[in-house]
Structures are given as C-alpha cells and as structure tokens.
Write a protein that binds this ligand. Structure first.
Ligand SMILES: *Cc1c(COP(=O)(O)O)cnc(C)c1O
Length: 366
C-alpha cells in the first residue's frame, strides 16, 4: 500500500454529514423570532444570571473538575445520589462520550428513522456502524428496534420525547425495550424535553436506570432552563458507567460559569414551573390553530411542533419557510430528518406565536 500524501481521517469520519444548527437570522428582516432551535422563550432564571456574574470574579482559576456543586444541586432536585451523576458540556457531549467509551469499529449503534441526528454522527465518529430502524406513525417502534439487534449491537439511542417529531414512548414500552435488549447493550434515554411532558404514562428514565445495569438517562439545561449558551448536560447512570466515562471525558469539561448557572437554575423551581406553564398553554394553542389552518401536526409533548405541508397544491415546506423567514419567523427545515415537506416550530413568546399563525394564514391564502 502506498503512503497517503497527507493525513487522512480514520474510516467513518468522512461519512459524517456535519450537524447544521437552526438558523438564527433572516436576511434583511429587522425583527427576527428564532423558532428553530427549541430554546426557551422565557430565558434563564435571574438567579442563574446573578450566579454567573459572581463567578466572573474567579475566571483565572480552573473549575472544579467534578462539578460537585452542580451535581449536588441536580441530585437534590431529583432525589438522586450525586455519585450516579456526571455533568458535561451540553448533553451532546455525553452522547459522544458514550459512543467513544463503548463503541469500537465493527460494533453497531441503533437509532430510529426520525431520531436526533447527533446519534448517527457520534456512532460514525467512534468508528462504528449506524443502524437506522423504521418508526411507526412517526414514533419509535420497540419491536422494530429489538428486531434490529445483532451480536454486534452495543448501544441504542432513544430520544424520549423525540426531536423533531415530539412523540414519546410510554414507560411500559421503554421497559419492554430494556427487557428485550441483551445485557451488554446500553440503552441511552435522551430526555432533553422531559420537563415539558404532561402525560401520566411518561417517565424520563430515573426508575429504569436505578433498576438496571445497562440504562442511562441524559438531560440538558439547554431547553427548560433557558441556558443553551452555557452548554450544560448531565447523565444519570449506574456507577460502572460513570466510572468508565470519567476516564474518557476532558478533566474540566464543564466550565465554572456553567456550574454556577446550572446549580442556581435547577434550584429556581418557580422559574421552571413558569416555563412549563407557558409551554403547556402555547403548545396546545399552536396545535389547535395549525390544525384549524388545515395543516397536519404531529401530536407533540415537547416544546416544539412538526408541521406537515400538503404534498400537492404548491404550498410546500420550502415555500412556507421562505415566506415566513421574509417576515422574521425562522423555523427549522427537517429534510435531513426524513421530512422534506415539514417544518419544525419551537414554542415562542406570545407575540411570536400569534404573529407566526397570522403569517402562516397569509401564506396559505396567498
Ligand atoms: C436539544 C437536544 C439535546 C440537548 O443538547 P445540548 O447539547 O444539551 O444542548 C439533546 N437531545 C435532543 C434530542 C435535543 O433535541
């Protein structure tokens, strides 16, 4: 074999389609409503901002590499043992650390048809093989996932609720999935939107993690806590998994401002409740208004909605996106998620929600 003339990435890397974040601007439009990344319209708790400004006095010092203050605050809020919690630079980092820690070339990682795109990226980056499983009615299908398991399977990523569909698996289905998996396969329950879910048959995964050796739950401060810019995520996992990830992660992966902001945010229960209440009200209002306009909306339990445009009649998602962007409403195209004719809308402030429906009405009449 001849020596390559320049450094080459390892196999898999060039198969990755780089993640494209939601757009934040619309050219030539003065007032832009960013409804493309499921961020909180309420912003962070004022207590988190205060904690950040105090921490600014100590920027010369390395942060606490075990993020003890943040782990303690999370443990207290959820009634968990802090030893089973590990924090990260956004929960995306954890999705990657899990792949780096448990996947090698030749292994397979499973996720579903309309699942979060970061799973594929992390499986490929670890040199392993992505296995995509069909969904049923835009929802993960436990039987299909179990049927895709082979002796090479090492990880199953499940967003619950899923982004961009907003659908969820009830706890008995998640339990059935765990029960059907070989014991050496990690089930990752990505519960980024858990706080928004208002369903009696939903559970983020805490009980399942506590009761088994192969289930982990990841969470984020980017959505309900309005702290996406701070990059804070955490995992609740069995001790043997925490121990393994701790060896692979960067020693100071969570910065000092993030530790302070997160600890203050999760203690501000009133602020979290306002975010939940705002979402409950406007998610149902938006669902109702969009249906009234004749658009099919996937029933969502998150802080966003997947809006489907008619397949015939010249009112495509692409045209809607252009029309709405020109009026300052920036939504998310979801072609890369297998929905070429849909847009994902994040629940926004009242003014944004009302304005969006008015603009969409105008679009459909145009
Ligand atoms: C937004 C989101 C996350 C959170 O990512 P962070 O890195 O914590 O900002 C994780 N999973 C899903 C499915 C998401 O939509």
């Amino acid at each position: 074999m001849s020596t390559p003339v320049r450094p080459e990435p390892k196999p898999g890397v060039m198969d990755i389609a780089a993640y494209v974040p939601g757009r934040e601007s619309a050219p030539g439009v003065a007032k832009v409503w960013k409804l493309s990344s499921n961020e909180s319209p309420l912003g962070p708790s004022p207590k988190a901002l205060e904690a950040v400004s105090k921490a600014m006095d100590h920027l010369a010092l390395y942060p606490d590499g075990s993020a003890t203050k943040l782990r303690d605050a999370i443990a207290e809020a959820h009634g968990l043992n802090p030893a089973n919690i590990l924090c990260s630079n956004g929960s995306d980092e954890l999705l990657g650390l899990l792949a780096q820690t448990y996947l090698k070339p030749g292994d397979e990682g499973i996720f579903t048809e309309h699942g979060f795109l970061v799973y594929r990226i992390q499986i490929l980056a670890a040199g392993a093989t992505p296995v995509v499983v069909k969904e049923t009615d835009e929802r993960a299908d436990v039987d299909a996932i179990l049927a895709a398991v082979t002796p090479k399977t090492r990880i199953v990523y499940l967003a619950n609720p899923n982004n961009p569909t907003g659908t969820y698996l009830p706890v008995d289905e998640v339990r059935r999935l765990q029960a059907g998996l070989p014991k050496n396969v990690i089930l990752v329950l990505d519960a980024a939107y858990a706080e928004y879910v208002r369903r009696n048959d939903y559970e983020a995964g805490i009980e399942l993690v506590s009761a088994s050796e192969n289930v982990v739950m990841t969470r984020t401060f980017s959505k309900i806590h309005g702290l996406a810019a701070m990059r804070i995520g955490w995992i609740y996992a069995p001790l043997h998994i925490i121990d393994a990830i701790n060896r692979v992660r960067g020693p100071f992966n969570v910065n000092a401002l993030a530790i302070e902001a997160g600890a203050a945010a999760i203690r501000d229960k009133a602020h979290v409740q306002s975010a939940v209440d705002h979402n409950e009200k406007w998610l149902s209002w938006l669902t109702h208004e969009l249906s009234r306009l004749g658009l099919r909306v996937t029933p969502s339990v998150g802080n966003f909605l997947l809006i489907h445009f008619p397949d015939n009649g010249g009112k495509s998602a692409e045209e809607a996106d252009a029309f709405l962007s020109a009026r300052g409403y920036v939504l998310r195209r979801v072609t890369s998620y297998g929905f070429p004719n849909a847009l994902r809308l994040s629940v926004g402030e009242e003014e944004a929600n009302r304005g969006l429906i008015a603009a969409l009405t105008e679009f459909l009449e145009s």
